[in-house]
Each structure stands twice: as structure tokens, then as C-alpha cells.
Design a protein around this ligand. Structure first.
Ligand SMILES: [Zn+2]
Ligand SMILES: [Zn+2]
Length: 223
């Protein structure tokens, strides 16, 4: 379309990885993004399909996590940072194109994005986890903003100590008013951009399970 052409002409796009002009992520760099190794969300050690190890199971714990890209890959890191700190929402559909969405999500499945504190969301203009969730869901499954972040915590990424991360995030989430009924007996797919220590996802899972959610699976862009 002529308008798209004009916009591209006035605001040229550059690859966030190699700086080549034309697109936010060029074909070559996209091909070099490596897939994540699947891990257990409770202990973060390798696990087939990202299933929680039998010995890691907990009453209010997570049932598994599916990680898409490997965060240790330089390119992946640049893409995630461009979304998170560069406010580039348009990168999400580009990086996820080619990722096969489930054709049948099954009954009682809902996608829940990990929320940002409203100060941070207002500042950024969007919640990247919600953008990812809406894209994954398409029209077949609903995205429910079931959680609220009640503490403005430090960025988990800035805390290196594992125990300090757990402390930082504890008590940060609450179930949104009126959501309990909606969640009871459901399978929740908890969506976030990055999974590092997993403390954030596990804290959300705990709140969800306390109100009767049957299963909580994580789905993360990078780990
Ligand atoms: Zn490139
Ligand atoms: Zn484990």
C-alpha cells in the first residue's frame, strides 16, 4: 500500500540485531535465534517438554513451563530488550511468526498475562506479556487479566541473588476482584516475556491455585 510505503520511507526500520535497514528483525537474524532448552519451572533444571519433575511438585506450584527462545543467545536478548525497554511492540508478531500455536487449546483453558504494576505499564504504554498473550491466543481462546500487581517491586532482572528475587516478588500479586469464579477449575497458561529464576511465575501460580485453578502452565518468550 502506498501509505505503508510512505511510512517506511519516512520512518525507516532497522534490524534490532544487525542494524540492517528494512525490518525490525531481518530474515537472517531471525533464523539465528536459538530455541530454549526446556526446564522444570520449580527447580529450573532440564526437563522434557518443560514438565514439572515429579519430585518438584507442590500443591500451589506450577505444572510446567514452555519456553520459546534461548535468552543466552545474543540476538534473543536484543529482541527481548527492544520489546521491553525500547517499547517496540511491533517486534512481538515478527518474532512469533512461524511459532506454531496449538490448533486446539482444549476446554477450560485461559491465558493470563503476568501483570506489570500500573505505574510501569503507564510509563511503557503497554504490557509486553499481554501483547504476547493476545497474539498467541488469536480468536480461539480468551485472555483474562486475572492478576493485579499490588507492589511496585524492583525489576527482577536487576537482582542477581536467587533468594533476593523470591523475597522481592513475594506478596506482589492478587487475584482481580470478581475473577475467582471465572478461574475455578480452569487450566491457566501464564504468559510472560522472560523466565529467569521463575520466581515471578511461581508467585503468580500460587495465587491462582489458591482460588481453585486446576493447572498452571507458563508460556514465556525467552528463558
Ligand atoms: Zn539483522
Ligand atoms: Zn524440578
Amino acid at each position: 500500500m502506498i501509505l505503508d510505503f510512505l511510512i517506511d520511507f519516512i520512518f525507516p526500520k532497522f534490524c534490532v540485531i544487525c542494524d540492517r535497514e528494512g525490518a525490525f528483525l531481518c530474515r537472517k537474524c531471525k533464523k539465528n535465534l536459538s530455541s530454549a532448552l526446556q526446564v522444570c519451572p520449580m527447580c529450573t533444571r532440564p526437563s522434557i517438554y518443560g514438565l514439572t519433575h515429579e519430585y518438584c511438585r507442590k500443591k500451589f506450584g506450577m505444572d510446567g513451563v514452555l519456553s520459546i527462545f534461548d535468552y543466552r543467545n545474543e540476538g534473543v536478548k536484543k529482541v527481548v530488550e527492544a520489546i521491553k525497554f525500547g517499547f517496540n511492540k511491533e517486534l512481538v508478531p515478527i518474532v512469533l511468526s512461524g511459532f506454531r500455536k496449538p490448533s486446539n487449546w482444549g476446554k477450560r483453558v485461559v491465558l493470563v498475562p503476568v501483570p506489570l504494576h500500573r505505574y510501569r505499564e503507564n510509563w511503557r504504554g503497554f504490557n509486553q506479556a499481554e501483547v504476547i498473550a493476545r497474539l498467541m491466543a488469536g480468536k480461539k481462546v480468551s485472555v483474562v487479566s486475572a492478576l493485579r500487581r499490588i507492589k511496585a517491586t524492583k525489576q527482577q532482572a536487576n537482582i542477581t541473588d536467587r533468594r533476593a528475587r523470591v523475597e522481592n516478588i513475594r506478596g506482589s500479586f492478587q487475584i482481580e476482584k470478581g475473577m475467582k469464579k471465572e478461574l475455578m477449575g480452569k487450566k491457566v497458561i501464564l504468559v510472560d516475556d522472560v523466565f529467569t529464576s521463575g520466581a515471578t511465575s511461581r508467585e503468580c501460580a500460587k495465587e491462582l491455585k489458591k482460588v481453585g485453578v486446576k493447572q498452571v502452565w507458563g508460556l514465556v518468550l525467552a528463558r
